[in-house]
Structures are given as C-alpha cells and as structure tokens.
Design a protein. Structure first.
Lengths: 429, 396, 230
C-alpha cells in the first residue's frame, strides 16, 4: 500500500515532483560543477603559470658564480658541465609526472660573419622524447619561452626540419647587423665553424635579443664541447611551499624520517630540486624564486577564491533546494489533512512524505550530477582548453549534500503538516 | 476608499499575513540576488586584485640609460608619468665592480625599500640592509666566501682612471691596484642578510646608496631602474612610450616575460571567473524561478476565487505581479547588500584588501531580481487564469 | 420578460450529456431551489448560470442577453455585475479579514467602500467579527461572510452551490434565515442543494435527473413574503 501511495503520488503529481526533481538537479549540478572546477583549478592554473617559464634551474656544482663574476659574456670559464646524456633521467624521478617541460642550454662565443663576437646559445626547440614509460614529451624553448615574440619567420621545428643548420637571431642583433630571415650567417667559434640559415628573428624583451639561438649540437661543435650542457631549465608543477618545505630546502638532513617522507612525497619545488640533483651528476638544482614563489602565491589565492565562490554556490544551491522542498510540501496540506482524518499516524505521514521527496531527490541529484560534470567540462574547455578531471571525491560530497539539504528542507514543512488539524484543512481555511 | 488603496492593502496583507510562505519566497530571491551581486562584484574586482598578486613576479618595466647613466631627477620625472596608485615598487640600481678579499665582485646599490616591493620574491636569510655599513650578499657570493649573517667583510673600490676604458676587465683592475698613487676606498661592512632568488641576483652584493657614494665618491647616478607597476600590458606600453619620448636620458621598456605572461594568465583567470559566474547565476536564477513558481502555484484556488468574483485576468495578474515584484524588489535590495558583504569577505580573506561598493550594482541586482521574479510568477498565474474558475474552485 | 431563461440547453463532455435539453425560466425576485442526486447536472447548470462555463447547445438569456455566445472575458464582466456566488467550500481569501473579503468583491465590481461592506456584515450579523480572519471564524460565520460578499454588489441573482453542505444544523438555519431575508428584500435566489430541508423553504424546487429536468414542485408551505414584479 505504501508503495502504491508513493507511486500514485508520482503519477498524479508528476508535474510538481518533476519541478522538485528539476530544482534538486539544478542545485546538484551547480554543486558538482563548482566542486569539480574548484578541485581541478589548482592544476589548471599551475599549467597556465608555466608561461612564466622554468621554476627550477640546474647548473654544474660550484660553477655557477664564475660566469657572472668575470663578466665573460656567456663563455663558460669554469670547465664544469652537465652531461647531455643524462638529460633523459629528469623524466625518471619520482615526480616525473610533474615535470612538464625542460630544456638544456649551452652558451659559447663565436664571431658573426667574421666580425664581432656574439653569444650563441644551443638548446632544444621542440625536442621530441620517447620516455621509457611509453609517454612522449615535446620539450624545449618553444613552450618555455612563450613570451618571445617572433617578429619574422617561424620557430625552429625540430620535428619537421631536416636541416639542422638553422638559427634564430635576436631582434637587437639582427637590427645591428642587418640580418633578415632567409639570410645565411657564418659563425666561427673557438674550435669550429658553421654556416646557418636564419629561420626567425625574435623579440624576447631581454638579453636574448643580442644572441643567436641554435641547435644544441651546433653550439657544441662551435665550442668543441661534445655532449655537454651549461644548464638545464625545468618547468614543474609544484605545490606551494610551506614551513616544512622551507626547512627542507635549507637543509634536508635536518628533517625527521617521517617529515622527510612527507617532504619527498609532496611536489614541493625543493623536493623536486633534490631529486633532480640526485639523477644529474655534479649538479645543483635550485628554485627560481621569481617563478616558484609567485606561482605558489597565485595558486593559493586562486584556489581560495574558487573555494569561496564554491561555498557561496553550495549555500545558494542548498537554500534553493530547501526552500522549494518546503514550499512544495506545504502545498499538500489538504492531502495530508485527509490522510490524518482517515487515521494515518504521524510517523507514517512523515515516512510517506520523506520517501517521496528523497526518491525525487535521488533522481534529480543523479541527473544534476551528470549535468554538473557537463558544465564543468564547458568551463574547462572554454577557459583552459582542456577537460576538467572529475575527482571521485565529488560524488560522495554531492550525494551527502543533496541528501542532507533535502532532509533539512523537509523539516519545517513536516513540522507544519504534523501540526495540522484535519478538520481545519478539510473544511476550508 | 480608493481602488489603489485597496490594492495596496491586499498586497501588504498577502505579504505580511502569509508570512511563512513569503519568507520562503523572499529567501529564494535574496539568495539569487546575493549570488548575483556577490559574483559580479568579484568578477569586476578580480583583475585588479589578481593583478596585484601578479606583482609578486617582480619588475615589469625597466628604465635603462640612454648615455650610460641617469640621475635621481630623471627617475622622478619618469616615474611621475605613472599614476601613483599603480606604482607598486621603484628600485633604481647602480652597479660597480668592487673587491672583497682582493677578488672582484659585482656590487649593486639601491633603495632597499623600493627593491623589497619591486622584487617581492627575493628571500633574505637574515635582514635587509637598513643602515649604512650593512651589506646583503647573494647566496653564491656567500658560499664562495663562506660568509654568514653577522660576519664582517671589507669591501674595497679602486677609483677608475678617467682615461681608462670604463669596462674594467680583470687585467685592468689588477693594473690599477698595482699603481700606488691611486688610493683604494674601503668600508668595513657587516653582512646582515643572504639573498636567495635562484637567479643572477645571487651573484651580487647589495649595499645602500649612501655606502656606494662613500665607496666611489660619486653620487646621484644609476645604471638601471626596475619598476613594478600594477597595470595591464597595454597601459604599460603606453607609459613606456611616453617615458622614452618625454624623459631625456631614460629609455623605458617592458619586461616581456612578465607582462606577456601576466596578460595570458590573468585573462584566463578572468574568463574562469566569468564562466563560473554565468553558470552559477543561470542555475541560481532558474532555481529562484522554480521556487517562485511553486509559491504562486499554491494559490491557484485563490486565483480561481478572484476570477469567480468577477476579476478580469488583467487585474489578477496585476495583483499577483504587484506582490511578486514587491518581493523581487525587497529580495534584490537585501541580496545586493548581502552580496557585497560576501564579496567584501572574499576580498579580505583572499586578497587582504577591501573593495568599494559599486552603486550601479544595486539597481542592476534589483532589476534582475524583479524581472526573474516577475517571469517566474507570470507562468503559474497565466496558467491559473486560463483555467475556468469553476474547475479551479472544485479542487484538484 | 423573465430575468433568466434557459432554452434547450445542453452541455456535452465527449459522450456524456451532463445537461440534456433543459429549459427553465426564473422570474425576478423568485427563490428557486435546484435538487437532484450527484451527477444529475446540478453543478453544470449552476456553472452555466454563473457564467463560469458555456453551454454546448441552446440559449441562456440573462436579463434578455444571450450569454451562451459571449466571450469568456465578457462573461467575467457579466458575472461581476449581475451574479453573487456562494460556495460549499466558502472560498474566502485566508489572509484577508472578513471585512476585506467582502471589500474584495466591491473592489472587482467598482470601488471598495468600507462602510458599505461593514453594513453588509451587519446584515449577516457579523459586524463584531469584521476584523477576524477566516481561520478564526466558525464554518457558519465563514458562510455568512460569503453571503455578505455575494450581496454586496446588489446582484441580479445570488447563486448558492450547496451553501449548507459544510454546516451543522444551527448554522444551516442561520443561513436559510438569511436567504429568507434576502428574498424579502427582493433578491433573486437560486440555491443548488440536495438537502430537502433547504429546498423546502424555496418557492419552487426543480429536480434534475441524468441531465434532464425531471419534475418541478411548487412549495405550498412557502412562508416568505412574495413580491411579484410584473
């Protein structure tokens, strides 16, 4: 009989029930969408912040200072280098998945067209790597120097260009020497000579404007430094630093074992640096504070902002559902009065109303959950041009939320219904 | 008694005496209005607030000298082009090669307060130099010299002979030092802080402008000035052009890496907040509408009765809409302020700064609330007036 | 001319003939009761007379005007101007006081007049309860408010649908007494009921069966003062 009554209620009042289900679906889709976006916004914004370039710089041990001090204009005087054959190892560390990009650099001096000495930097442009894990990665300055403006020509494309004798020339240097795209420049280094085709002129808004960028091996030939690199810049997704991370960065040996485990298992920039140092022989990896710290700052703020907006929408959705449930249960005063008149006990009335509403809530909640994922994807695709990953956490949160909110919404209405005197209801108002 | 008075009397009676239902409706509208006003305020405020956060990336404009150096007056003139409210930090730098333990080191002198605000990402282990005789050294320098905060170090400077090529390479320096008639200037510094940036800054030592003047004997000139300006890339390039043209001796340019990236990321963030706002608002407004529809649908019988009493559809719509619109107005008004409070709360807890109330948002919120409420009420009223009063009065 | 005249009126819902070729006339000032079992077409007839429904066939002449061809908008106007309705379920607006409920009818008719509304309540003996809400009134009192509301605009016809259906004996008597008073004042009354006691007090009783006029009895014991307006 109970089931029959519920079935009847659904069939007869399908319009009202549909409206309740609809509102609950709206609320739950709102909650789902906002939770999905909020939980993923950190990763997404982190990804965006990669346009600022590397947040970790790897240099040979004890060699870092010499260059600047002796004002050697790019020539590595210290004789300390990193090994090119070890570059792949960076993608094998524990946090390999967080390393989104990296590029090696080697700088040398060479005379341009038999004239002035210029700095020639060898690097990766969009170097294609097949990782042991089966993944592939395109790494290099094309993505790590996203702020460069290509004034003429195109980025050097490592994957489609067979000709490796090409170069990109900085804007200032190009202007000073009247170099244009398509020209051929002669570079004479300390131990080698190369004729390169200029493929692009770039404006970097910095020192690079006076330099020539070439393939890694080109620079190595010019300087007779086969298989060697000066420095590596790494772009990694990191967790903003906290006290533990700072303590660890200062001295990893000061941590207790448990602390060290937490530290190594969190993507702190210092933890990633530490792991890179372990795989690259004689290297010092340090955080580029300008990028790493600012990233943390902005990430934290964005997440907090999204969290508060989420809370507001959750509260809004909750109150909206509560409200409608209250309004629509109150509407049924007459029916409930009748049930009381024919002898229904309060618990059975409560049970009936609750079952009805909760059944509606389940239908609406499930529909809303999927709609919400849809909304999240719309946001993800139109803002970040990538899908928002749905954390499993969202499901229980939304379920519990809808359940509790619906129950709370029923309370005032049920209280009112139970207080009804059947005669009053049946005999008009 | 005037007809209008009765009209008002009915509406107020309905609003005041059907309190529980009206609170339900008012609450629904107020929630919608709160979300509207709160999110829109945040949306408009995000670029400004977030832009301020992006200043943690440091300088986004650079002054370089047209002829080697420029003076404090040049800096003042140039900075005056940028509105004061947008200036976050101004740090003029002067670079010299000095010697510590007879080894050459690059020394920078600057206004420490300016540097602090222009480069907020600098981490100093110890303190910033706050008085003469205090020195901050880069991390690389510290490890090379094995210096710690509190250590004393003598910094010497050899005045350059005017005829000599000003770019002092190693041999030139040594030569100068050998010549006995040129006296070295020296200052005994106390190391107060070690600078950690992960960049080239770690290879310099930093002293106050005063000390640099004492050391070199020359005052009031700079090589570079770093500026952190809270403005969009477009505004910045306008300022830069104005300064380069208008101020003699200074060439202003943008730090592309910072400005370009900021534009990219900030526009993403703003469109994120925009989309979130649109989605949340759309859903909330529909939610408000369904609640209002439920509240009005409850009164089908009353509508039928009024019709039986001879009310025209028009007057019934007039009465119920009057009620709805009044609710919409009250809810919108309430929501506009609650929303502002929410946005204020967000701003204070996220960005540590308050926001100003946007007067325009008050009428907008109220209008939107009134329109949404009106549309939401109209649907059930219409459906009730379309039905024969006899059927409505009969019940189900 | 008769005040109300139904000529061969039928109301058909699909196959069901709710009213089947019914003709009747009601003179001005008459007090008529309509009786019949459930489903006999009483309510349909009442709705057609009360301008709340339209006949499928036939003519309905109210004051010489054929209302069966009017649009629903002008039906509303006719209902407002010429007819006072009393329902079994009372149908008072719950958030308005007794006085305001009466004034509501004035409001839709012409201009609300508090004094006149109060007088109407006095007529039904509820002057002291004018400021009470329907929920604070007994069933009888509520129905008396409805009577006051029905007569406030001096309608040509007062149409009562089971006015005593929800009332106890004592209240039923009060309401019937009110009808008697209205009749004396010259109001035309049509009362739909299945309570013979209520029907008995009218001048004549029409009995409907299966949508047809079964028979008509003239009440011999009619005690009310009869005014014939010829």
């Amino acid at each position: 009989m109970f089931l029959r009554m519920i079935l009847r209620a659904f069939l007869r009042q399908w319009k009202k029930m549909a409206m309740i289900a609809f509102t609950i679906a709206l609320g739950s889709s709102l909650a789902t969408a906002m939770l999905c976006v909020m939980m993923d916004v950190g990763d997404k914004v982190n990804q965006e912040l990669k346009t600022y370039g590397a947040n970790i710089k790897v240099v040979p041990k004890d060699a870092s200072i010499i260059n600047e001090l002796y004002d050697t204009d790019g020539e590595n005087m210290s004789g300390a280098y990193l090994r090119e054959d070890e570059l792949g190892k960076i993608k094998t560390i524990f946090w390999a998945f967080n390393i989104v990009d990296y590029a090696p650099f080697i700088s040398t001096n060479a005379s341009l067209n038999g004239g002035d000495e210029v700095t020639v930097t060898g690097t990766w442009f969009n170097h294609h790597m097949e990782l042991p894990t089966g993944e592939t990665l395109d790494a290099g300055v094309v993505s790590m120097r996203s702020w460069w403006e290509i004034i003429a020509g195109d980025w050097i494309d490592e994957q489609n260009g067979d000709d490796r004798d090409v170069a990109m020339v900085g804007k200032a240097l190009a202007e000073a020497n009247g170099i244009k795209v398509g020209d051929t420049i002669d570079l004479k280094g300390s131990s080698g000579e190369k004729s390169l085709l200029v493929s692009a002129i770039f404006d970097a808004g910095g020192d690079e404007d006076d330099q020539v960028y070439v393939y890694l091996d080109t620079a190595q030939v010019l300087a007779a430094l086969d298989g060697k690199v000066d420095s590596i810049e790494v772009s990694a997704l990191t967790t903003p630093d906290n006290e533990l991370a700072e303590k660890a960065a200062a001295d990893p040996s000061s941590l207790s074992i448990a602390q060290k485990e937490t530290w190594l298992c969190t993507a702190y920039v210092s933890a990633i640096c530490y792991q890179i140092q372990e795989v690259i022989t004689d290297s010092v990896a340090s955080a580029v504070r300008q990028v790493a710290d600012s990233e943390g700052e902005i990430l934290n703020k964005t997440q907090l902002l999204m969290m508060l907006i989420t809370v507001l929408s959750l509260v809004g959705a909750a109150l909206g559902i509560c409200n409608l449930v209250t309004a629509s249960v109150m509407e049924r005063a007459q029916e409930i009065g009748l049930m009381k008149a024919i002898g229904a006990q309060n618990p059975s009335i409560t049970g009936l109303v609750l079952t009805e509403i909760l059944l509606t809530a389940i239908i609406g909640g499930i529909a809303g959950f999927f709609a919400g994922i849809g909304f999240a994807q719309i946001i993800g695709h139109s803002v970040f041009a990538s899908a928002i990953s749905v954390r499993p956490m969202v499901i229980p949160i939304v379920a519990v939320l809808v359940f509790i909110v619906t129950l709370i919404g029923c309370i005032p209405a049920i209280k009112m219904l139970l207080g009804l005197r059947p005669t009053e209801v049946l005999h008009g108002r | 008694m005037k007809k209008r008075k009765m009209y008002m009397r009915m509406i107020t009676a309905s609003l005041l005496r059907r309190r529980s239902r009206m609170i339900v409706a008012l609450l629904a509208i107020a929630i919608g209005a709160t979300i509207l006003s709160g999110l829109v305020t945040i949306y408009y405020d995000v670029p400004r607030q977030m832009g301020a956060q992006f200043r943690s990336y440091g300088a986004n404009m650079l002054f370089t000298a047209v002829n080697d150096t420029f003076s404090q007056e040049d800096v003042d003139n140039a900075v005056a082009v940028i509105p004061e409210s947008q200036r976050v930090g101004v740090a003029p730098y002067r670079y010299e090669t000095v010697r510590m333990n007879d080894r050459p080191v690059l020394a920078a002198a600057t206004d420490m307060e300016g540097a602090k605000s222009a480069s907020p990402f600098w981490r100093v282990n110890g303190d910033w130099p706050s008085a003469d005789g205090q020195l901050m050294i880069g991390k690389s320098v510290a490890s090379l010299y094995k210096l710690n905060p509190g250590d004393k170090i003598e910094v010497t400077y050899t005045p350059v002979i005017e005829t000599e090529n000003s770019s002092s390479d190693e041999e030139a320096l040594e030569e100068n030092a050998d010549e006995e008639f040129i006296l070295d200037n020296y200052i005994d510094f106390e190391v107060v802080g070690i600078l950690d940036t992960g960049g080239n800054e770690e290879e310099y030592i930093y002293m106050t402008l005063n000390d640099m003047e004492k050391l070199t004997g020359k005052a009031n000139y700079y090589n570079v000035c770093e500026l952190s300006v809270s403005a969009t890339a477009d505004e910045l390039s306008v300022y830069a052009d104005k300064i380069s043209e208008g101020v003699e001796g200074i060439n202003a340019r943008l730090v592309k890496r910072v400005t370009q990236s900021e534009t990219t990321v900030l526009s993403k963030l703003q469109s994120l907040v925009l989309l979130v706002t649109v989605v949340v608002l759309a859903l909330t407004m529909i939610c408000v509408a369904t609640t209002m529809t439920a509240v009005v649908a409850e009164r089908r019988k009353e509508i039928g009765l009024r019709k039986a009493l001879g009310a025209s559809d028009k007057s019934i719509i007039g009465e119920f809409m009057g009620e709805g619109l009044l609710l919409g107005f009250a809810g919108g008004f309430l929501g506009a302020f609650l929303g502002f409070l929410f946005a204020q709360g967000v701003s204070v807890s996220v960005f540590n700064s308050s926001i100003s109330f946007r007067p325009l948002l008050l009428p907008v919120t109220i209008i939107v609330s009134v329109v949404v409420t009106g549309v939401a009420c109209l649907i059930p009223i219409r459906s009730a007036t379309d039905v024969d009063p006899a059927l409505v009065l009969k019940g189900e | 001319m008769s005040l109300l005249e139904l000529k061969n009126v039928s109301k058909i819902y699909g196959n069901l003939h709710a009213l089947d070729n019914v003709s009747l006339t009601v003179e001005k000032g008459e007090w008529v009761a309509i009786m019949g079992p459930s489903g006999s077409g009483k309510s349909t007839m009442m709705n057609i007379i009360g301008c709340m429904d339209k006949a499928s066939e036939g003519e309905v002449l109210l004051d010489g005007v054929d209302i069966s061809k009017e649009s629903s908008k002008s039906l509303t106007n006719i209902r407002r101007d010429k007819i006072g309705l009393i329902f079994q379920q009372f149908h008072l607006v719950s958030y308005l006081t007794a006085l305001e409920n009466v004034m509501l009818a004035q409001y839709y008719h012409s201009i609300p007049d508090e004094k006149e509304a109060l007088e109407a309540l006095e007529k039904v003996g509820l002057a002291d309860r004018a400021k009470h809400f329907p929920s604070q009134l007994s069933g009888g009192e509520q129905q008396r408010v409805c009577v006051a509301r029905a007569l406030i605009n001096y309608p040509e016809i007062i149409l009562a649908d089971e006015p005593t259906g929800n009332l106890d004996e004592a209240n039923e008597e009060i309401v019937v007494e009110l009808f008697r008073k209205l009749h004396e004042d010259g109001t035309t009354l049509i009362v739909v009921t299945h309570d013979p006691e209520v029907a008995e007090v009218a001048q004549r009783t029409l009995v409907l069966r299966n949508g047809k006029l079964d028979h008509e009895t003239v009440n011999k014991n009619f005690t009310g003062h009869i005014k014939y307006n010829l």
